[in-house]
Design a protein around this ligand. Structure first.
Ligand SMILES: *Cc1c(COP(=O)(O)O)cnc(C)c1O
Length: 392
């Protein structure tokens, strides 16, 4: 059976009524026959049939033993960090999602958890950052916004040899393109707000565990801390996942076309897309994933925020917004949006120059998106000057 067919049929028909869509069990509690005698559910923070269905589908997609669905991607990350205790250390990818950095730095540091940030696309650097206290390695691959690729299998061997867990934030790739657990990771997290949900209509997160025992631990912290996904949002997530494979296939195909177009454009300096042979992670991405994703970043030859602002305010289909992975194309300017709080020196060292623009390629026709970019380039200050015939 193909993966799409098995996904579609992993979404159960309701045994009570035959409903082909997953019912929304909008309830807080479940009536018991006698104390402790129930139908598998007692209180909806601990478990809810709609959420449980979403969790089983996602565990299946990632090839994990169990999954827990949370109220946001950050709540999912938070649950993983709760596996640690004071004195433990984390080795994390240096261009980590900004919200994860804030959580580690402003919340968990004061509880005595230390984080070492390294360029995880350099496997040796990961090895060197490990100390006797390292309990967790945290990867994102591809990273945001420069799409750096890290070797999941090689780093999982370092994790095993050092007796620590490997968690991969698989938000950018999605389980359709990359399955970290099969490559040796212990845990996968998602901001299901992005590709899994896929319609820019919910905030959600998931932790998928390789073993039932890790799954139980995560479930314990979820119930103890309470950041569960609601029944309605669980339904929306399931509905989004039904078309995940088709959406990803189209995102990837269109992104490749746009990345190749950008690479030859005279106003563009660098293009960051793992599907381009010029990308330093191209061979590794090809080996460990089934496709290169729907996110592209690029910089302009006019490397300043004014030029980038002129571009991002003149696209028609690419809407200016944070977030990614939805059906509508989005674009953002990290230097003045998501990465604004990072000091300029540090930001530039990570490759996020003043003109870097990130695209989340949606499901519109590739030709329409290409034409949209083409006309936006005409609004760059230099191009506009050239058109008026005035000296630059
Ligand atoms: C958005 C995002 C998160 C955080 O998820 P929320 O659902 O916004 O809490 C974590 N990791 C990555 C890579 C993301 O893009």
């Amino acid at each position: 059976m193909s993966t799409i067919t098995s996904l579609i049929h992993s979404i159960p028909v309701d045994p009570q009524t035959g409903a082909i869509a997953v019912p929304i069990y909008q309830t807080s509690t479940f009536v018991q026959d006698a104390p402790g005698v129930n139908k598998g559910y007692d209180y909806a923070r601990s478990n809810n049939p709609t959420r449980e269905t979403a969790e089983k589908i996602i565990a299946g997609l990632e090839g994990g033993a169990a999954a827990s669905a949370f109220a946001s991607g950050l709540a999912a990350i938070d649950a993983v960090i709760k596996l640690l205790k004071a004195g433990d250390e984390i080795v994390a990818v240096d261009d980590i999602y900004g919200g994860a950095f804030r959580l580690f730095h402003k919340v968990y540091e004061k509880f005595g958890i230390k984080v070492h940030y390294v360029d995880t696309s350099d496997t040796q650097a990961v090895f060197q950052a490990i100390t006797p206290n390292t309990r967790l390695i945290w990867l994102e691959t591809p990273t945001n916004p420069t799409l750096k690729i890290s070797d999941i299998a090689a780093i999982s061997r370092i994790a095993k040899a050092s007796n620590c867990l490997l968690c991969v934030d698989n938000t950018f790739a999605s389980p359709v393109l990359q399955q970290p657990l099969a490559l040796g990771a212990d845990l996968v997290i998602h901001s299901a707000t992005k590709y899994l949900g896929g319609h820019s209509d919910l905030i959600a997160g998931v932790v998928v565990s390789k073993t039932p025992q890790l799954g139980e631990e995560i479930k314990f912290y979820q119930n103890a801390c309470g950041a569960i996904l609601s029944p309605f949002d669980s339904f929306l997530l399931i509905r989004g996942i039904e078309t995940l494979h088709l959406r990803i296939r189209q995102h990837v195909a269109t992104a490749q076309v746009l990345a190749e177009y950008l690479e030859q454009h005279p106003a563009v300096d660098k293009v960051f897309y793992p599907g381009l042979p010029s990308h330093p992670g191209h061979a590794l991405a090809k080996q460990q994933s089934k496709g290169f994703g729907g996110i592209i970043s690029f910089t302009l030859k006019e490397d300043n925020a004014e030029a980038a602002t002129a571009f991002v305010t003149h696209t028609r289909y690419f809407k200016l917004a944070e977030s990614l992975g939805g059906i509508k194309s989005l674009l953002s300017h990290p230097a003045t949006m998501t990465h604004k709080s990072i000091p300029a020196e540090k930001r530039k060292a990570a490759g996020v120059s003043d003109s870097l623009i990130r695209l989340s390629v949606g499901l519109e026709e590739a030709n329409d998106l290409l034409a949209d970019l083409e006309q936006a380039f005409k609004h760059l200050p230099q191009a506009a000057l050239a058109e008026t015939g005035l000296p630059a």
